[in-house]
Ligand binder design. Structure first.
Ligand code: NAD
Ligand code: LMR
Length: 333
């Protein structure tokens, strides 16, 4: 069988990092052939065409075809997996909210094109920022596609949180389980370690050991860990001079691979339309702890949220509500 995969913004940085890993089998495994459809705006077409030439030069055994187009109808026709990357990245000094007006307008028409042509089993991940609200806009324009097929990427934040814990505790990242990113892919997100474990031991207990008590551990979480993870995008922009690329592409691959093949190591974090769980208003695209079971995301239920977690989640959800109001005002919803 062959899977059709559409990548928007394929001529950009993240697109370039994604394409070769998908062609090499990192997304769907060594037995699944892929057909790639690269969507760009006219000024980005040459970049995507160049990437297509290099894909040919890679002689990838799994790669059946590569099409480059600036027509969303062509790009989404028959697509099984859509990476919605195409949009403007923020630059130094911008907050993600500044991108609402700049990028929101892209996602309504793309939602309509997906609705018109995508395969029945389509899975969509929005990478372009502000990712949660862009996914909300796209889903609202695709009434025939079940809304839970529209997700936004918070796996990068999840991986960042795992990376920080792995470094601090001196353990491989693969041993860190059940971290959660709640809320928005923005500085208000809440990276939550309350239920996380390493080697079967609770991370809160390990942090208390490391910092000499629960109070000091909580202070480290509040003052160091949470801001470090939540503002890592800005740190990368400052240090690299442009926003994250390879780690973002890697996270997008992790997200879709787990969605298709199932989560392996505990749960992960996915922004998806709320079903009302954890008091997140229904329909809002918010990040939750989730497992992929039989090819569909399931929110992990009934986690206890203490007075450290609950207000932080509520604050990020409030920002998502504000973003929804802002795009309504702009006429994008
Ligand atoms: P980039 O500028 O290198 O590439 C973006 C590409 O999108 C460009 O080639 C541009 O021509 C194309 N594009 C613009 N509008 C388009 C449209 N309507 N249809 C198709 N293509 C279109 O940017 P990048 O570094 O690849 O980043 C892309 C987006 O991903 C940005 O919004 C960035 O903020 C976001 N991002 C998200 C995460 C995350 O974790 N969710 C992480 C990193 C970056
Ligand atoms: C990131 O988290 O690295 C991206 O969303 C880019 C950004 O603007 O922070």
């Amino acid at each position: 069988m062959t899977t059709t995969i559409t990548i928007t913004g394929a001529g950009g940085q993240i697109g370039y990092a994604l394409l070769f890993r998908i062609a090499a089998g990192d997304l769907l495994g060594p037995d699944e052939r892929v057909r790639l459809k690269l969507l760009e705006i006219p000024q980005g077409l040459r970049g995507a065409e160049g990437a297509a030439l290099e894909l040919q030069d890679g002689a990838f055994g799994l790669l059946e075809s590569v099409d480059v187009t600036d027509d969303a109808g062509v790009a989404f026709d028959g697509t099984n997996i859509a990476f919605l990357v195409g949009s403007r990245p923020r630059t130094a000094g911008m907050e993600r909210g500044d991108l609402l007006a700049a990028n929101g307008g892209i996602f309504g028409p793309q939602g309509q094109a997906l609705n018109a042509g995508a395969a029945d089993d389509v899975r969509i991940v929005v990478v372009g920022n502000p990712a949660n609200t862009n996914a909300l806009i796209a889903a609202a324009h695709a009434p025939d596609i079940p809304s839970e097929r529209f997700t936004a990427l918070t796996r990068l934040d999840h991986n960042r949180a795992v990376g920080q814990l792995s470094t601090l505790l001196g353990v491989p990242a693969s041993e860190v389980r059940d971290v959660t990113i709640w809320g928005n892919h923005s500085a208000t997100q809440f990276p939550d370690v309350a239920h996380a474990t390493v080697g079967g031991r609770g991370v809160p207990e390990l942090l208390a050991e490391r910092f000499g008590g629960e109070v000091a551990a909580r202070a480290w979480l509040a003052d160091e860990f949470i801001p470090r993870v939540a503002k890592r995008g800005a740190e990368i922009i400052e240090v690299r001079g442009s926003s994250s690329v390879a780690s973002a592409a890697n996270a997008a691959i992790d997200h879709v691979r787990d969605w298709v093949h199932g989560t392996q190591n505990g749960w992960t974090s996915v922004a998806l339309p709320s079903d009302g769980s954890y008091d997140v208003p229904a329909g809002l695209v918010s990040s939750f702890p989730a497992r992929s079971v039989d090819g569909a995301w399931q929110i992990v239920r009934d986690l206890d949220l203490d007075d450290f977690a609950a207000p932080r989640i509520a604050a990020s959800v409030a920002e998502l509500v504000e973003e929804r109001e802002a795009v309504r005002t702009l006429g994008l919803l």
